[in-house]
Structures are given as C-alpha cells and as structure tokens.
Unconditional design. Structure first.
Length: 362
C-alpha cells in the first residue's frame, strides 16, 4: 500500500484538477441552522436536518468535508432514483433503442460504510443477467473515500464496516495539517499524481491513521450485542418473534427507510407512452419493500399483507437472506434508516431485541 501526504491548502487545487476531467459529486454545504429544509434527492445545495447532502461539485468551495454522516448515500450516482432503460417508436421507422447514460465521474468523500455498500451493489448488479446501466456507470466511476466520525445512530463497527481496506481508488485520512492519502488502485495513483502535489507520507504521519481508527472505535453509542457473523442465524430463528407485530403496529409503511438505505436496490419498471401513441420509453424507479403494493401481484394477491410482514422481510434481507447469495450482511450500519424513520423504528434496537430473545429462547 502506498501513502502520500497532501497539505490541506492543496486540496482545492486537487479538486480543480479533477473538475477538468470528471463530473465530481460530494457532500455539499449544510443548511444554515434553523432554516427549514425542503431538500430532495439530487439537490445540490441544500442539506436535510443539518446533514450534508451529496451534490454536484462545481468548485472546490462547494465541497463539505466535515466527516459527519450524509443524509443520503452516493448510491444515486450509480443507480439513479429514475432512469430510462429504452426508447421505442412505431410509424415508418419502428424500433427500440436501449439507453445507457454514463459519464466519467468522481464520488468524492465517500465514507467507509458507503464504500462497503457500493461493493455489495457491484455484486448484485453483476449477478445473473448483467445490469449494463449500473455496470457501465460503475466502470466510469472513480471513488475517493474519507474517514468519518460516527453520530449516535451509526453502528458500522458492529457490522465490520467501520474501515475500508479496498473498494476505493484513493482514501483520504485527515491528520490535521493535511491528508494522508491511501492509494487503492493504479488508476487512483495516476489521477493523484496528475492532479495533486503530494509527497511520500512519513511513518509518523501514517501512524496517525491507526491512532484515529483506535479513537473512532471508542466513539460508538449504538452497538449490536452479538458478533456480526452470528446475525444470520439469530434472524433465522426469530421469524415468529413478537417484535415484528410490535413495530408493524407503529410503522407508516412510507418506504423512507428503503429510500435512504445505501444497499436497497429494488426497482419497478414502467412504460410511458407519449400522447401521439407512437413513441415512448421504458424506465425504472426505485421501489421499496415496505410499501403496500410491493408484493402485490396480478389478481390483487399480496405475499406480504401486513406492515409487520413487510418489516420482517426488510430486516431479514439485511441480516439473513442476502448473506448466502452475495457473501455479506446487507446492513452496513450507516444509521440512515434510524435517522429517517418518523416513528423511530430503530434497526439496531430491533436487532438487539432479537439477540436478547435468542439468548433467552435459543
Ligand atoms: S421509515 Fe419507519 S415508518 Fe416508514 S416504512 Fe420504514 S420503518 Fe415504517
Ligand atoms: S438498513 Fe439502515 S442502517 Fe443498515 S445500511 Fe440500510 S439504512 Fe443503513
């Protein structure tokens, strides 16, 4: 592993260089305190409840590298909330044209949990029939990670995503006077050498990365009370737990927890036909397993009629069902669904209740 040192005053130059070759997305400025937030996905300038949003960076001044959790993950730049898949037309020259929109882009300031989430999405979209839209965009994406500081809802340490050893091109460790930059790929090295004035990091500077990790490990308020490797088994034994009814009674079925989750990848496919009835497009939009219609099929039958069943399904997708198929827990402990839920359903607390139940009635 190669480490370089970039003084803080040089970061603006580095970002300016990147802007010449790429579209750059990163955390943008906070909403000023007390200002009502009406931020939406893809909004470049506003934050939500004081959390930075990801947005397009047009100048180094736009970038907000405060290391606090972001309201949404950068998933939207790899898997947009709405995306055209193909266009079709009738008439004299009928035809179908597939649509794949991808450009060279940098995701700047990605936190370790979100780097892990992207690695999971990489596996999902390459599994079975390849998802060309995602994979093409991923191929053109350059990831620059950064260290972060947990808030009271983060529990990445409990699911082994507190740090990232791979899955990035460059990773920035803030050591005060500047950044120690970990080079993750050959492309990362080329881009760093092209756009930034760095020097070889000293052993003393590299040691500060370990010091920070040790400090960070002590900062967590939220933790899971079992080892991550045991969670699939614990979940598999708690299918009939009373916990599901309890949280099902207060859940609104609003889908927000799915929408903010960096590892949720379900989508619906729809057709839209223009008023001339001879052309249109097929697009996909994010879907959410907590919504009532998600498991509804032709004839009106639903495989998961109640909110309790839908929440049980969502939580099991995170801690059990996906593990065998994709080789990892699908909860990276980012805490976003906890921060977002209007009725305070807390995936970490629910998991701890299941762990406790399992200890009582294995
Ligand atoms: S955000 Fe909360 S209320 Fe909305 S679906 Fe998820 S658990 Fe239910
Ligand atoms: S389930 Fe919640 S805490 Fe886990 S990755 Fe998704 S949003 Fe983050």
């Amino acid at each position: 592993m190669e480490y370089r040192f970039l003084p803080k005053k040089e970061i603006a130059c580095f970002v300016t260089g990147l802007l010449k070759d790429f579209k750059v997305y990163g955390p943008v400025k906070l909403v000023p305190a007390g200002m009502p937030s009406n931020a939406s996905i893809g909004d470049t300038k506003k934050g939500k409840d004081g959390f930075p949003m990801y947005g397009e960076i047009n100048s180094p001044k736009d970038l907000n590298l405060l290391h606090t959790p972001t309201h949404l993950s950068p998933k939207q730049y790899l898997f947009p909330p709405k995306e055209t898949l193909l266009k079709f037309k009738n008439g004299e020259k009928p035809g179908i044209e597939s649509v794949v929109e991808a450009h060279d882009q940098v995701l700047f300031g990605v936190h370790p949990c979100d780097i892990h989430a992207i690695r999971l999405l990489d596996r999902v979209f390459a599994y079975g029939p390849k998802d060309v839209n995602y994979l093409k965009r991923r191929e053109k994406t350059f990831i620059i990670g950064i260290d972060c500081i947990p808030d009271k809802h983060c529990f990445c340490k409990s699911v082994n995503t507190m740090t990232a050893d791979y899955g990035f091109d460059l990773f920035l460790h803030d050591i005060g006077s500047g950044f120690v930059i970990e080079i993750g790929t050959a492309k990362g090295k080329d881009i760093l050498y092209k756009h930034a004035k760095t020097k070889k990091a000293t052993n003393k500077e590299i040691k500060k990365i370990v010091e920070f990790k040790n400090k960070k490990a002590e900062m967590f308020v939220t933790t899971l009370n079992a080892d991550a490797s045991t969670l699939p088994l614990i979940y598999s034994g708690r299918y009939y737990s009373p916990v599901w009814e309890k949280i099902g009674k207060i859940c609104y079925g609003c889908g927000s927890c799915n929408n903010v989750c960096p590892t949720c990848y379900c989508f619906d496919v729809r057709d839209e036909i223009k008023a001339n009835l001879s052309e249109g497009e097929r697009y996909r939009v994010w879907d959410a397993c907590t919504l009532e219609d998600f498991a509804k099929v032709a004839g009106g039958h639903s495989f998961r009629k109640t909110r309790a069943e839908r929440l049980r399904h969502r939580f099991n997708r995170k801690f059990q069902y996906q593990v065998d198929k994709f080789g990892g827990l699908f909860c990276v402990g980012c805490g976003r669904c906890i921060r977002t839920c209007l009725v305070n359903i807390n995936i970490a607390e629910v998991t701890n209740e299941l762990i406790e139940e399992s200890n009582r009635k294995p």
